[in-house]
Design a binder for this molecule. Structure first.
Ligand SMILES: Nc1ncnc2c1ncn2[C@@H]1O[C@H](COP(=O)(O)OP(=O)(O)OC[C@H]2O[C@@H]([n+]3cccc(C(=O)O)c3)[C@H](O)[C@@H]2O)[C@@H](O)[C@H]1O
Ligand SMILES: Nc1ncnc2c1ncn2[C@@H]1O[C@H](COP(=O)(O)OP(=O)(O)OP(=O)(O)O)[C@@H](O)[C@H]1O
Ligand SMILES: NC(=O)CC[C@H](N)C(=O)O
Length: 642
């Protein structure tokens, strides 16, 4: 039998989009002679409908829309994920359709309730062995713990999380011997290196339960924060039969394979491991797709970025350029432009361009005024030019190094680049408040306030630039800064999308070195030679992030031990001492205290960050992976006892 999985790029309750991709997948499958097709979990509504799953109307609408799919299933068996509501309870199901008929609804038995998943809030887990009936306009179908048969192949279901439970409780253990095929429609979030886990899960299940296992994941940045890699896996008796390229820019990624169910296949003696994933590359692909989907689904015209020439903002700029490069590589220029929704079919008019005078000669003017004609931009650079506007907003505390870094990078990407200073606005506000208070504000008495006003004064201008162009304003915070609140609220946190807030600063720096050498972004040599600095204090002070805080790798380690491993402060310190050769225990104690104090004080800031992507195995976004009280004891007793 020819069986297939199709990864779909869905949008919560965007019926037109979701039915269009479902129909396209079915048509592609039929054209390829596929006999059984698995579509992702909840693909009809989208996985991320959140509390709408608790309404009566959304599941009812989904059931009504399922009827539209029936005529498309002539000659093929298709599994379509949707919520079904019975007696005020919503179930996460996969409907099986064939030849225009609905055969039944298999229901999810184990709900995902960790990390970024909160399913028990929306759904009720289905009890093993039970069945009920769904009614719609005079027709009835079975719902629950069901098996099906198609052309003499018996099949049953695990729906995503069902497969992540122990072998002696998951549905597969009851399907063993009763079915030839287990179908798994999934919405399994992307995280770096996670594909290996999923591969092991699927291939081992096919061996342990002596079956063929067909797995199809959701694709793309569905609803803002979570990215799906669109993985399709088919395994039989411990042998991998099919695995696709992940993180496609396509709306539908269909993969099929032939399985001879009439002949048994010897069980694999061992599972062949996947090559170790390249996390830099994975992150690049995931972020590119996440940005592209966010841009088009938010119906925006591009991105605006306050580009300091430092690591975080350079990462974000390269992220947009990579979105263009990878998207064009896969879709082609015309399809990339069409799908982005940013081009209206008109030829791209290049705005500003490469070249431009040095920082000292150029204040408050667009980068190209009076400059020599810029070199012609490549096709990708022209697209970047249309989609990315950057501005360097210097102060007296900014260095030439960061300006050069920003300008050269923006020019090399093709981005539109502006340069202006904000000293006048800073002086205006400082003067106003000094006057009101009747005393001059000074660095020795008002350090933080004077730092923050600079970061804040950068916000209105860059927001204005974003607004006039109907663009998304990128904010550049990384996870390490978010943990300790090393940012100015309504200043450098201003923005509507925060692409790298899920990634720690040490990783950001490593990734930039990789991007310079492996992706060929030579202009990154400036930033790769710089020490991260906020440049908010007078230059003579030689401010660096790590002097203000602690070494970033250490900050990252404390954060992981505290909130991924969930250790108590004393255990975190003990662990650090144990794993740091020649450790200065007193210094480590200071850092641990500083981390927890800043962490607790700054929960309110994390609550106010712009939406960010889940990219690593955890993040600190309270609306995603990590919940923490805004007001708390702040680990006072625990830190005092250290
Ligand atoms: N629980 C709570 N709920 C609500 N608000 C709370 C609060 N606790 C304090 N606050 C308020 O928070 C305000 C202070 O927060 P905020 O104004 O953001 O500033 P703050 O956290 O005091 O200082 C910002 C820090 O970030 C660093 N920074 C800033 C900008 C850029 C960079 C960079 O790396 O480039 C670094 C800067 O060096 C400084 O260490 C105060 O007005 C305080 O009342
Ligand atoms: N001179 C500047 N021009 C434009 N934007 C700036 C400037 N200084 C700071 N910003 C904005 O504030 C953000 C926060 O600064 P931060 O120092 O944390 O990041 P970075 O400068 O990109 O990287 P690094 O911390 O490695 O120097 C920057 O990413 C940028 O968006
Ligand atoms: N949708 C789901 O059930 C996802 C849960 C599963 N543990 C995963 O991370 O892939």
């Amino acid at each position: 039998m020819r069986i297939a999985g199709a990864a779909l790029n869905q949008i919560p309750f965007d019926w037109d989009n979701n039915l269009r991709t479902i129909r396209a997948a079915i048509e592609q499958a039929k054209a390829a002679g596929v006999e059984l097709l698995c579509l992702p979990e909840l693909c009809l509504t989208g996985y991320g409908c959140e509390d709408l799953f608790l309404s009566d109307w959304l599941p009812a609408e989904a059931l009504a829309r399922l009827q539209d799919i029936r005529p498309w299933t002539d000659g093929i068996c298709v599994c379509v994920g949707l919520p079904v509501r019975l007696q005020h309870r919503t179930y996460n199901t996969a409907a099986v359709l064939r030849d225009g008929q609905i055969l039944g609804f298999a229901a999810k038995q184990f709900l995902a309730n960790d990390g970024v998943h909160y399913e028990p809030r929306f759904f009720v887990a289905w009890p093993a062995g039970e069945q009920k009936t769904v009614e719609f306009k005079g027709e009835t179908w079975p719902l629950g713990d069901l098996t099906f048969e198609h052309r003499d192949v018996r099949f049953g279901f695990e729906i995503c999380e069902d497969a992540w439970r122990a072998d002696d409780v998951r549905p597969a253990c009851r399907l063993r011997g009763k079915v030839d095929l287990i179908v798994n429609p999934s919405a399994s979030h992307f995280a770096m290196s996670k594909t290996d886990l999923r591969y092991q899960l699927v291939v081992k299940a096919s061996r342990n339960f002596h079956c063929t296992y067909l797995y199809a994941n959701m694709l793309g940045n569905e609803a803002g924060r979570i990215i799906y890699d669109g993985e399709i896996l088919v395994a039989r008796n411990g042998h991998l039969l099919k695995r696709n390229q992940l993180l496609s820019f396509k709306e539908v990624d269909l993969e099929w394979t032939d399985v001879d169910f009439g002949h048994d296949l010897a069980l694999a003696a061992e599972i062949v491991p996947l090559p170790a994933p390249d996390e830099y590359k994975e992150l690049n692909q995931a972020m590119s797709l996440a940005l592209f989907d966010y841009l088009r689904k938010a119906r925006s015209r591009g991105f605006v970025l306050s580009l300091s020439g430092g690591a975080d903002s350079c990462f974000c700029a390269v992220g947009v350029a990579e979105m263009v490069r990878l998207g064009v590589e896969e879709l082609g220029v015309d399809e990339f432009k069409r799908r982005s929704g940013c081009f209206d079919g008109a030829p791209v008019a290049v705005q500003q361009g490469a070249g431009g005078p040095a920082k000292q000669e150029l204040q408050d003017t667009p980068a190209t005024q009076g400059a020599p004609a810029p070199p012609a931009l490549s096709e990708n650079q022209q697209i970047v030019n249309a989609l990315l506007t950057c501005a360097y907003q210097g102060t007296v505390n900014s260095s030439d190094d960061t300006f050069e870094s920003a300008k050269e990078l923006a020019d090399s990407l093709g981005a539109r680049f502006f340069n202006w200073t904000i000293d006048e606005e800073v002086a205006g506000y400082v003067g106003k408040i000094s006057g009101a208070l009747g005393r001059a504000l000074a660095w020795d008495t008002d350090d933080l306030a004077l730092q923050n006003i600079q970061a804040r004064v950068r916000a209105p201008g860059i927001w204005l630039l974003a607004n006039v162009q109907n663009c998304l304003l990128i904010t550049t915070s990384n996870r390490s800064e978010a943990s300790v609140g090393y940012c100015t609220m309504d200043g450098d946190t201003a923005g509507s999308i925060s692409p790298i807030a899920g990634v720690d600063k040490a990783f950001v720096k490593q990734w930039l070195r990789w991007a310079e050498t492996e992706l060929g972004y030579g202009a990154l040599r400036h930033v790769n030679a710089l020490q991260p600095t906020a440049e908010l204090r007078p230059l003579a002070d030689k401010q660096t992030d790590e002097r203000d805080l602690m070494p970033y790798p250490l900050l990252n380690r404390i954060e992981r031990l505290a909130f991924y491993e969930r250790l108590a402060p004393a255990a975190v310190l003990a662990q650090l001492v144990a794993e740091t050769p020649g450790a200065d225990a007193e210094q480590l104690r200071t850092y641990v205290r500083r981390f927890y104090t800043l962490w607790s004080r700054n929960q309110w800031k994390r609550e106010r960050y712009a939406p960010s992507f889940h990219l690593d195995d955890y993040n600190v976004d309270p609306r995603s992976w990590l919940r923490f009280p805004i007001l708390s004891g702040g680990f006072g007793a625990e830190l005092a006892a250290l």
